[in-house]
Design a binder for this molecule. Sequence first.
Ligand SMILES: [Fe+2]
Ligand SMILES: [Fe+2]
Length: 214
Amino acid sequence: MHERQLTPLDRFLSGVNDALRTVAVPAGRSARQSPAEGVAETDLSTRAKTHAAGLMRVNHAGEIAAQGLYQGHAAVARDPAISEQMQHAADEEFDHLAWCEQRLAELDAEPSRLSPFWYAGSFAMGTASGLLGDRWSLGFIAETERQVCEHLTGHLQRLPQEDARSRAIVSQMRDDERRHGENAVDAGAAELPQPIRKLMQLTSKIMTKTAYRI
Ligand SMILES: [Fe+2]
Ligand SMILES: [Fe+2]
């Protein structure tokens, strides 16, 4: 199918639209049904509910950041096939965002108040690594997804056992993130230097600690 070439202004306006769509609540409908669909709600103690909400707020903030990262990468990707792969991953990340938001509402909690900040910071990082070239951009994605998988595994250990709905969501997200990482490696991701990987870990630690509360 023939597609019209996008001008820089088209790209900019579509970027603004993506940003507003991401940080707006409600985020909109997910393309895929939530994995929590059909999983029975359980009675959670106040303490368990607050803890689950804190963890799901962190995951929601992570998905806001994922939108920023992928959209940042896609905006500057040189190879159209890679840009398209990133856009496809961003669409799946959007499902994650909507699922987390829905779960937060069920837990009577709200997303992080710092969402615009998480988005802007990660969009800047995505664009910056993208400008270094597709191999580095893919390397950044592969490493991010690897760290996110580890993080989600940690959450599956920390989420209350009885909170089956949150667990179903996190588990599906982890499967998707693993695939995103593998796809980035297959597409030719460069291995990031150790100091950069450490810095990424530190940044996500700050984000997870903050978003658990605000
Ligand atoms: Fe995700
Ligand atoms: Fe992902």
